[in-house]
Design a binder for this molecule. Structure first.
Ligand code: GDP
Ligand code: MG
Length: 329
Protein backbone atom coordinates (compact mmCIF):
# COMPACT_ATOMS: atom_id res chain seq x y z
CA UNK A 1 0.00 0.00 0.00
CA UNK A 2 1.31 3.44 -0.94
CA UNK A 3 1.03 6.57 1.12
CA UNK A 4 -2.40 8.16 1.53
CA UNK A 5 -3.15 10.52 -1.38
CA UNK A 6 -2.92 14.24 -0.71
CA UNK A 7 -3.09 16.12 -4.00
CA UNK A 8 -6.03 15.93 -6.39
CA UNK A 9 -3.85 14.04 -8.90
CA UNK A 10 -2.86 11.49 -6.25
CA UNK A 11 -6.52 11.02 -5.36
CA UNK A 12 -7.39 10.52 -9.02
CA UNK A 13 -4.73 7.84 -9.44
CA UNK A 14 -5.67 6.06 -6.22
CA UNK A 15 -9.38 6.08 -7.12
CA UNK A 16 -8.57 4.77 -10.57
CA UNK A 17 -6.49 1.99 -9.01
CA UNK A 18 -9.43 0.84 -6.90
CA UNK A 19 -8.26 2.24 -3.55
CA UNK A 20 -11.53 2.17 -1.60
CA UNK A 21 -10.25 4.31 1.25
CA UNK A 22 -9.21 7.00 -1.19
CA UNK A 23 -12.65 6.82 -2.81
CA UNK A 24 -14.45 7.09 0.53
CA UNK A 25 -12.17 9.95 1.58
CA UNK A 26 -12.78 11.81 -1.70
CA UNK A 27 -16.55 11.56 -1.18
CA UNK A 28 -16.09 12.91 2.35
CA UNK A 29 -14.11 15.83 0.91
CA UNK A 30 -16.81 16.79 -1.61
CA UNK A 31 -19.40 16.56 1.18
CA UNK A 32 -17.34 18.70 3.53
CA UNK A 33 -18.56 22.07 4.72
CA UNK A 34 -14.97 23.12 5.39
CA UNK A 35 -13.80 25.40 2.59
CA UNK A 36 -10.31 23.92 2.08
CA UNK A 37 -11.60 20.33 2.09
CA UNK A 38 -14.47 21.11 -0.28
CA UNK A 39 -12.01 22.89 -2.58
CA UNK A 40 -9.81 19.79 -2.75
CA UNK A 41 -12.94 17.71 -3.36
CA UNK A 42 -13.86 19.91 -6.33
CA UNK A 43 -10.30 19.61 -7.70
CA UNK A 44 -10.58 15.84 -7.52
CA UNK A 45 -13.89 16.00 -9.41
CA UNK A 46 -12.22 18.07 -12.16
CA UNK A 47 -9.47 15.44 -12.36
CA UNK A 48 -11.88 12.53 -12.80
CA UNK A 49 -14.68 14.10 -14.84
CA UNK A 50 -13.38 12.57 -18.08
CA UNK A 51 -13.67 9.09 -16.58
CA UNK A 52 -17.29 9.39 -15.49
CA UNK A 53 -20.56 8.61 -17.21
CA UNK A 54 -20.08 4.98 -18.15
CA UNK A 55 -22.19 3.31 -15.45
CA UNK A 56 -25.77 2.16 -15.65
CA UNK A 57 -27.57 4.48 -13.23
CA UNK A 58 -30.68 3.10 -11.53
CA UNK A 59 -32.86 5.04 -9.08
CA UNK A 60 -35.10 3.18 -6.65
CA UNK A 61 -37.95 4.53 -4.56
CA UNK A 62 -40.99 3.20 -2.76
CA UNK A 63 -42.89 3.56 0.51
CA UNK A 64 -41.14 2.70 3.81
CA UNK A 65 -41.17 -1.03 4.42
CA UNK A 66 -41.79 -1.98 0.79
CA UNK A 67 -38.41 -3.69 0.79
CA UNK A 68 -36.08 -1.21 -0.93
CA UNK A 69 -33.04 -2.20 1.09
CA UNK A 70 -33.78 -5.90 0.76
CA UNK A 71 -34.37 -5.46 -2.97
CA UNK A 72 -31.17 -3.47 -3.52
CA UNK A 73 -29.16 -6.08 -1.66
CA UNK A 74 -30.71 -8.88 -3.75
CA UNK A 75 -30.18 -6.96 -7.00
CA UNK A 76 -26.64 -6.02 -5.97
CA UNK A 77 -25.70 -9.61 -5.17
CA UNK A 78 -27.24 -10.77 -8.47
CA UNK A 79 -25.22 -8.15 -10.38
CA UNK A 80 -21.99 -9.13 -8.63
CA UNK A 81 -22.68 -12.68 -9.79
CA UNK A 82 -22.95 -11.33 -13.34
CA UNK A 83 -19.52 -9.76 -12.99
CA UNK A 84 -20.61 -6.19 -12.34
CA UNK A 85 -19.19 -3.81 -9.76
CA UNK A 86 -22.01 -2.14 -7.85
CA UNK A 87 -22.17 1.12 -5.92
CA UNK A 88 -25.18 2.04 -3.78
CA UNK A 89 -25.78 5.70 -2.90
CA UNK A 90 -28.67 7.34 -1.12
CA UNK A 91 -30.63 10.57 -1.24
CA UNK A 92 -32.29 11.17 2.09
CA UNK A 93 -32.70 14.83 3.05
CA UNK A 94 -33.93 13.75 6.48
CA UNK A 95 -30.79 11.86 7.39
CA UNK A 96 -29.27 12.91 10.72
CA UNK A 97 -25.66 13.99 11.24
CA UNK A 98 -24.78 10.51 12.40
CA UNK A 99 -25.34 9.07 8.93
CA UNK A 100 -28.05 8.18 6.49
CA UNK A 101 -31.27 6.90 7.89
CA UNK A 102 -32.04 4.98 4.70
CA UNK A 103 -28.96 2.84 4.70
CA UNK A 104 -28.68 2.94 8.47
CA UNK A 105 -32.01 1.23 9.10
CA UNK A 106 -32.45 -2.34 10.23
CA UNK A 107 -31.76 -3.76 6.77
CA UNK A 108 -28.17 -2.67 6.37
CA UNK A 109 -27.37 -4.72 3.30
CA UNK A 110 -24.79 -6.52 5.37
CA UNK A 111 -24.10 -9.25 2.84
CA UNK A 112 -23.63 -6.78 0.01
CA UNK A 113 -21.52 -4.50 2.20
CA UNK A 114 -19.02 -7.29 2.78
CA UNK A 115 -18.40 -7.86 -0.94
CA UNK A 116 -15.20 -6.62 -2.53
CA UNK A 117 -16.99 -5.43 -5.68
CA UNK A 118 -19.70 -3.48 -3.88
CA UNK A 119 -19.49 0.00 -2.39
CA UNK A 120 -22.24 1.36 -0.15
CA UNK A 121 -22.44 4.97 0.90
CA UNK A 122 -25.18 6.53 3.03
CA UNK A 123 -26.82 9.84 2.21
CA UNK A 124 -24.80 12.98 2.85
CA UNK A 125 -26.15 14.42 6.05
CA UNK A 126 -27.92 17.69 6.58
CA UNK A 127 -28.71 20.49 4.22
CA UNK A 128 -31.42 21.06 1.66
CA UNK A 129 -32.63 18.42 -0.77
CA UNK A 130 -30.82 20.37 -3.50
CA UNK A 131 -27.55 20.26 -1.57
CA UNK A 132 -27.90 16.56 -0.77
CA UNK A 133 -28.67 15.86 -4.44
CA UNK A 134 -25.59 17.76 -5.65
CA UNK A 135 -23.39 15.77 -3.26
CA UNK A 136 -24.92 12.49 -4.42
CA UNK A 137 -24.29 13.40 -8.07
CA UNK A 138 -20.68 14.13 -7.20
CA UNK A 139 -20.34 10.84 -5.32
CA UNK A 140 -21.73 9.18 -8.46
CA UNK A 141 -18.93 10.73 -10.52
CA UNK A 142 -16.34 9.41 -8.07
CA UNK A 143 -17.67 5.83 -7.95
CA UNK A 144 -17.85 5.78 -11.74
CA UNK A 145 -14.23 6.93 -11.93
CA UNK A 146 -13.43 4.06 -9.56
CA UNK A 147 -14.86 1.62 -12.10
CA UNK A 148 -18.24 0.79 -10.56
CA UNK A 149 -20.35 0.05 -13.61
CA UNK A 150 -23.76 -0.03 -11.92
CA UNK A 151 -24.82 2.76 -9.57
CA UNK A 152 -28.02 2.34 -7.57
CA UNK A 153 -29.46 5.45 -5.94
CA UNK A 154 -32.02 4.81 -3.22
CA UNK A 155 -34.43 7.44 -1.98
CA UNK A 156 -37.01 7.62 0.72
CA UNK A 157 -40.06 9.54 -0.41
CA UNK A 158 -39.52 12.81 1.40
CA UNK A 159 -40.16 16.21 -0.15
CA UNK A 160 -39.36 16.06 -3.82
CA UNK A 161 -36.65 13.43 -3.41
CA UNK A 162 -38.19 11.04 -5.98
CA UNK A 163 -38.19 13.74 -8.64
CA UNK A 164 -34.62 14.60 -7.71
CA UNK A 165 -33.42 11.02 -7.98
CA UNK A 166 -35.29 10.49 -11.25
CA UNK A 167 -33.34 13.48 -12.60
CA UNK A 168 -29.96 11.81 -12.01
CA UNK A 169 -30.52 8.26 -13.26
CA UNK A 170 -31.04 6.37 -16.52
CA UNK A 171 -33.76 4.09 -15.16
CA UNK A 172 -36.18 5.03 -12.39
CA UNK A 173 -37.75 2.10 -10.58
CA UNK A 174 -40.69 2.33 -8.19
CA UNK A 175 -41.32 -0.48 -5.73
CA UNK A 176 -44.92 -1.22 -4.73
CA UNK A 177 -46.61 -3.35 -2.10
CA UNK A 178 -49.16 -6.01 -2.98
CA UNK A 179 -52.72 -4.62 -2.74
CA UNK A 180 -54.05 -1.08 -2.80
CA UNK A 181 -53.56 1.93 -5.02
CA UNK A 182 -51.12 4.84 -4.80
CA UNK A 183 -52.77 6.57 -1.88
CA UNK A 184 -53.05 3.44 0.25
CA UNK A 185 -49.40 2.72 -0.45
CA UNK A 186 -48.27 6.24 0.38
CA UNK A 187 -46.99 6.95 -3.11
CA UNK A 188 -47.10 10.61 -4.00
CA UNK A 189 -48.93 11.92 -7.01
CA UNK A 190 -46.78 12.09 -10.11
CA UNK A 191 -44.21 9.52 -8.98
CA UNK A 192 -45.75 6.71 -11.05
CA UNK A 193 -45.51 8.95 -14.13
CA UNK A 194 -41.76 9.26 -13.57
CA UNK A 195 -41.22 5.49 -13.45
CA UNK A 196 -39.48 3.57 -16.22
CA UNK A 197 -40.53 0.41 -14.42
CA UNK A 198 -42.55 -0.71 -11.43
CA UNK A 199 -42.00 -3.78 -9.29
CA UNK A 200 -44.60 -5.22 -6.93
CA UNK A 201 -42.37 -6.64 -4.21
CA UNK A 202 -43.24 -9.31 -1.63
CA UNK A 203 -44.79 -11.52 -4.31
CA UNK A 204 -44.36 -14.56 -2.09
CA UNK A 205 -46.34 -16.73 0.33
CA UNK A 206 -49.81 -15.45 1.15
CA UNK A 207 -49.16 -12.20 -0.75
CA UNK A 208 -48.37 -13.77 -4.11
CA UNK A 209 -51.90 -13.63 -5.53
CA UNK A 210 -52.45 -10.07 -4.29
CA UNK A 211 -49.12 -9.04 -5.84
CA UNK A 212 -50.17 -10.40 -9.22
CA UNK A 213 -53.48 -8.53 -9.06
CA UNK A 214 -51.67 -5.32 -8.16
CA UNK A 215 -49.29 -5.91 -11.05
CA UNK A 216 -52.21 -6.19 -13.48
CA UNK A 217 -53.98 -3.14 -12.02
CA UNK A 218 -50.91 -0.96 -12.40
CA UNK A 219 -50.12 -2.22 -15.88
CA UNK A 220 -53.70 -1.37 -16.85
CA UNK A 221 -53.36 2.11 -15.37
CA UNK A 222 -49.96 2.68 -17.00
CA UNK A 223 -51.27 1.75 -20.41
CA UNK A 224 -53.50 4.83 -20.18
CA UNK A 225 -50.60 7.19 -19.47
CA UNK A 226 -48.55 8.57 -22.32
CA UNK A 227 -45.00 7.25 -21.84
CA UNK A 228 -42.62 9.97 -20.65
CA UNK A 229 -39.75 8.57 -22.70
CA UNK A 230 -40.28 8.15 -26.44
CA UNK A 231 -39.67 4.55 -27.44
CA UNK A 232 -40.19 3.02 -24.03
CA UNK A 233 -43.38 1.78 -22.40
CA UNK A 234 -42.98 1.35 -18.63
CA UNK A 235 -43.57 -2.18 -17.38
CA UNK A 236 -44.85 -3.65 -14.15
CA UNK A 237 -43.20 -6.78 -12.78
CA UNK A 238 -43.56 -8.81 -9.59
CA UNK A 239 -40.68 -9.98 -7.43
CA UNK A 240 -39.71 -11.30 -4.03
CA UNK A 241 -36.61 -9.53 -2.81
CA UNK A 242 -36.58 -11.75 0.26
CA UNK A 243 -36.43 -14.94 -1.80
CA UNK A 244 -34.43 -13.43 -4.63
CA UNK A 245 -37.20 -14.23 -7.13
CA UNK A 246 -37.84 -12.05 -10.17
CA UNK A 247 -34.63 -10.06 -9.68
CA UNK A 248 -33.13 -11.29 -12.96
CA UNK A 249 -36.31 -10.20 -14.75
CA UNK A 250 -35.99 -6.70 -13.33
CA UNK A 251 -32.43 -6.48 -14.58
CA UNK A 252 -33.48 -7.74 -18.03
CA UNK A 253 -35.99 -4.89 -18.12
CA UNK A 254 -33.27 -2.37 -17.26
CA UNK A 255 -30.90 -3.68 -19.94
CA UNK A 256 -33.66 -3.83 -22.55
CA UNK A 257 -34.59 -0.23 -21.77
CA UNK A 258 -30.93 0.67 -22.17
CA UNK A 259 -30.52 -1.10 -25.50
CA UNK A 260 -33.59 0.63 -26.92
CA UNK A 261 -32.71 4.09 -25.64
CA UNK A 262 -29.12 3.79 -26.77
CA UNK A 263 -30.23 2.85 -30.25
CA UNK A 264 -32.66 5.76 -30.49
CA UNK A 265 -30.29 8.31 -28.96
CA UNK A 266 -32.74 8.94 -26.11
CA UNK A 267 -30.27 7.86 -23.45
CA UNK A 268 -27.63 10.35 -24.59
CA UNK A 269 -30.32 13.03 -24.81
CA UNK A 270 -31.49 12.26 -21.27
CA UNK A 271 -27.92 12.47 -19.94
CA UNK A 272 -27.37 15.80 -21.73
CA UNK A 273 -30.61 17.23 -20.36
CA UNK A 274 -29.65 16.09 -16.85
CA UNK A 275 -26.18 17.64 -17.08
CA UNK A 276 -27.64 20.95 -18.28
CA UNK A 277 -30.29 20.90 -15.55
CA UNK A 278 -27.59 20.28 -12.95
CA UNK A 279 -25.63 23.27 -14.26
CA UNK A 280 -28.72 25.47 -14.07
CA UNK A 281 -29.55 24.27 -10.60
CA UNK A 282 -26.03 25.25 -9.46
CA UNK A 283 -26.34 28.60 -11.24
CA UNK A 284 -29.64 29.30 -9.50
CA UNK A 285 -28.18 28.43 -6.10
CA UNK A 286 -25.12 30.58 -6.78
CA UNK A 287 -27.12 33.52 -8.09
CA UNK A 288 -29.50 33.47 -5.18
CA UNK A 289 -26.61 33.40 -2.74
CA UNK A 290 -24.82 36.25 -4.52
CA UNK A 291 -28.06 38.23 -4.66
CA UNK A 292 -28.87 37.84 -1.00
CA UNK A 293 -25.35 38.69 0.13
CA UNK A 294 -25.08 41.75 -2.12
CA UNK A 295 -24.75 44.73 0.30
CA UNK A 296 -27.05 47.07 -1.67
CA UNK A 297 -29.71 44.39 -2.00
CA UNK A 298 -29.39 43.22 1.61
CA UNK A 299 -29.86 46.79 2.85
CA UNK A 300 -33.08 47.37 0.91
CA UNK A 301 -34.62 43.88 0.77
CA UNK A 302 -36.62 44.03 4.04
CA UNK A 303 -38.17 47.32 3.00
CA UNK A 304 -39.18 45.99 -0.43
CA UNK A 305 -40.60 42.83 1.17
CA UNK A 306 -42.70 44.90 3.55
CA UNK A 307 -44.03 47.10 0.75
CA UNK A 308 -45.01 44.03 -1.24
CA UNK A 309 -46.70 42.48 1.79
CA UNK A 310 -48.70 45.66 2.40
CA UNK A 311 -49.71 45.95 -1.26
CA UNK A 312 -47.89 49.27 -1.63
CA UNK A 313 -45.90 47.85 -4.48
CA UNK A 314 -46.30 44.96 -6.91
CA UNK A 315 -43.85 42.05 -6.56
CA UNK A 316 -42.95 42.72 -10.19
CA UNK A 317 -41.83 46.30 -9.55
CA UNK A 318 -39.98 45.30 -6.38
CA UNK A 319 -38.13 42.55 -8.25
CA UNK A 320 -37.19 44.98 -11.03
CA UNK A 321 -35.77 47.52 -8.57
CA UNK A 322 -33.88 44.91 -6.56
CA UNK A 323 -32.41 43.33 -9.69
CA UNK A 324 -31.27 46.75 -10.80
CA UNK A 325 -29.51 47.26 -7.47
CA UNK A 326 -27.86 43.87 -7.93
CA UNK A 327 -26.72 44.28 -11.52
CA UNK A 328 -25.37 47.78 -10.91
CA UNK A 329 -22.61 45.99 -9.00
N1 GDP B 1 -42.27 -11.45 2.52
C1 GDP B 1 -41.39 -10.55 2.09
N2 GDP B 1 -40.86 -9.65 2.95
C2 GDP B 1 -39.96 -8.77 2.47
C3 GDP B 1 -39.57 -8.76 1.10
N3 GDP B 1 -38.68 -7.74 0.93
C4 GDP B 1 -38.53 -7.16 2.14
N4 GDP B 1 -39.29 -7.77 3.07
C5 GDP B 1 -39.38 -7.43 4.52
O1 GDP B 1 -40.00 -6.15 4.65
C6 GDP B 1 -39.41 -5.42 5.73
C7 GDP B 1 -38.91 -4.07 5.22
O2 GDP B 1 -37.85 -4.28 4.31
P1 GDP B 1 -36.78 -3.15 3.98
O3 GDP B 1 -35.90 -3.70 2.93
O4 GDP B 1 -36.13 -2.67 5.23
O5 GDP B 1 -37.73 -2.01 3.41
P2 GDP B 1 -37.40 -0.46 3.06
O6 GDP B 1 -37.90 0.34 4.22
O7 GDP B 1 -38.19 -0.16 1.84
O8 GDP B 1 -35.93 -0.34 2.85
C8 GDP B 1 -38.29 -6.31 6.29
O9 GDP B 1 -38.79 -6.98 7.41
C9 GDP B 1 -38.01 -7.27 5.15
O10 GDP B 1 -37.51 -8.51 5.60
C10 GDP B 1 -40.13 -9.75 0.22
O11 GDP B 1 -39.85 -9.83 -0.98
N5 GDP B 1 -41.04 -10.60 0.77
MG1 MG C 1 -34.43 0.75 3.67
Amino acid sequence: LGAAPESAEEFRDAIRDGDRRALARAITLVESTRGDQAALGREILEQVVGETGSAVRVGITGPPGVGKSTFIEALGLFLLGEGHRVAVLAVDPSSPVTGGSILGDKTRMERLARCENAFIRPSPSGGSLGGVAHRTREAMMLVEAAGFDVVIVETVGIGQSEVTVASMVDFFLVLLLPGGGDELQGIKKGVIELADGLVVNKADGDSKAAAERTQQDYQGALDLIRPSTPGWTPRVLAASALRGEGIDGVWSMVTEHRTQLEASGELAARRRDQARAWLWSLLQDGLQEAFQSHPGVAARLPDFERQVEELQMTPYAAAQDLLQLFTRG
